[in-house]
Each structure stands twice: as structure tokens, then as C-alpha cells.
Design a binder for this molecule. Sequence first.
Ligand code: PLP
Ligand code: COI
Length: 339
Amino acid sequence: MKELDWANLAFGYLPTDYNVRCYFRDGKWGPVEATTSDTINIHMAATSLHYGQEIFEGLKAFRGKDGKIRIFRLDENAHRIQESAKGILMEPVPEEIFREAVIKAVKMNERFVPPYGSGASLYIRPLELGMSAQVGVKPSTEYLFMVLVTPVGPYFKEGFRPTNICIMRDYDRVAPKGTGRWKVGGNYAASLMAGEHAHDLGYSAVLYLDPREKKYLDECGPANFFAIKDGKYITPASESILPSITNKSLQQIARDMGIEVESRHIPLEELSEIQEAAACGTAAVASPVAEIHDLDTGKKYVVSPDGEPGPITTELYNRLRAIQLGEADDIHGWNTIVE
Ligand code: PLP
Ligand code: COI
């Protein structure tokens, strides 16, 4: 293979050698099998195509300082895809199958795990689809669980540089008691219009307000939001956001650093009292925020007046990366080393 330009990868899809599949049919899961085919055979009346029975996950594998490959918090993603499945009446993938499929996909595509020091990683995308034909609005009886991987660089092209984000009230990503807490494809379809609108205006993401009252901070594009306020880590508690595994990890790292963590409703106005902010997620890692523009009121919250990432955000980011790259002790047991 032509050597990839590892240090300049975008967050996009590059073909790899294999993907891994497992079918649920006749009430049971079959074997976990690898294939070189990058297409799937699907019935034209499958529930995933008509009624949105589609869920996915996102996690990463890293090449460490010691040359070993580490997959970050595999068990958490295994658990979350089960919650997503239950949320839209799909068959939950057993944890052992999730684990086996992810490890197999990484191992078989080992040559695509970016080298240590490149700043890139192997993005792992497990997904599950409702496969059986239905015309009535009903859950499928057959499912396909698959795992594809692709090497990626930073989600925001700026990398670890502060970007501006915006608040808009014309769009909701999810309903108050809807599917926001699950990783359901439809949530992303519902976010496309707002996301494109924001990008056209030069913003990297939309900071959504809670869909019921539009009073509190909610999701930040394809990521959670956190801020540093008077030395505390604050992050929105909301039933309409995806429980981010990165956010959970950063909260633990913050506590390890002696920083108090508050997961609670954050009224919009509190943005004028914060000193740092970031969007956090597997793809976004911790992407610092420079300014937040409320497009409806014209108010601008300047989080980083000098355009630099804040010191606490930087430290959190560095510590997270150090664990993922095997530079720091994995004291919480977050990594799965691929043998
Ligand atoms: N929120 C949304 C809507 C996402 O798509 C993601 C990405 O997975 C996250 C939050 C961050 O979650 P995690 O840190 O588990 O990747
Ligand atoms: C992730 O961070 O893994 C995501 O899923 C975000 C986005 C690429 C959908």
C-alpha cells in the first residue's frame, strides 16, 4: 500500500482491508466473520431503510509509545450500543460479540493503525441495522451488526485550536423525551440542516439548547459540552444528550486532578461566567471553544479572548491522550490492549 500521510489525515473514510459482520437470525446471533467486501446486501423493505432502525458507535484504537495497540473504553461502547438497541426496539448485541468483532476488525486492519506520534488514530465504527422486510411500522426480527474501521485525523480541521460555535433556536436535534440519549442514525439526520447552516456561517458546531424550554445548554453538535467555571468542570445534565464516554473520562481525570465536577442544568446565561469551554467526544476529543455566538439575540460570549486553549482544557486533553497512547498509567483500566 502507498504509505498514508498519517499526520495530515482528515476525519473521513479511507478504505481498509476488512470489516466484520454478525447476523441475528432465527432468534440467535451467528458467527463473527470478516469480509473484504465493503457493500452489504439488504432487502429493499428492511426496517433500517424505512423506519430508521439503525444505531451506531464510535471508538478509537491508538498505537502507543510502546508500539502496542490500545482500544479506548471498549466496554463502555458495548454497553451504550445495547442501550441504543433497547431504545428503538432492536436486538441488543451481546457484549462478547461486540468485543470480539471490534478486536477482530482492529487486528485484521492493523496496518491502518496510525503510528505513534502522528496524532492520528484508527476510528472504529460499529453499527447495527434492522434487516427484515416490514411495511407496517414494526421492529425487525433480523439484524446485522458490523464493524468497520478507518484511520482518522482531527474531527475539526483546526485540531486542538479554539473554534467558534453558535446557538440557533430554529432547529432541534431531538425531542425532549426523544432519542437523544441513544446513538440513533435519525438524530444525525435531524442535525444535518443545523450543522450545515452553522458551517456555512463559519462555525464549527451548533451548541443546542434543551429542546423543551431552550433555557439550558444541551448537546454540542456531535459532541458533549463542558466548561471550566471558577476552577470547576461543569457539564450539562440532560435527558436529551448522548452520555459521552469521553466526557465521563474527562470528568474522572478532572477529579483525579482535584477538580470539582458538576453535572447539572446549565442556564444559557451562565456562559458569561465561564473561563474555558470545549466540545468533547471520541471524534472531537476535547476541542476548545473560542467564542459562542447566540445568533438569535446577537450576544457573543468570548470564552478565549487570546484565541488560545485554556490551561485546564489543555491539561485534561494531554492527560486523556497520554492514557490512550500508553504514556501515562492506565489507572482506571480504560484500555484494551490488542495482543
Ligand atoms: N454527542 C453526540 C451527539 C455524539 O455523536 C457523540 C459522539 O459519539 C458524543 C456526544 C460523544 O460521545 P463519546 O465521547 O462517547 O464519543
Ligand atoms: C464520535 O465522536 O464517535 C461520533 O460519533 C461523532 C460523529 C463523527 C458522529
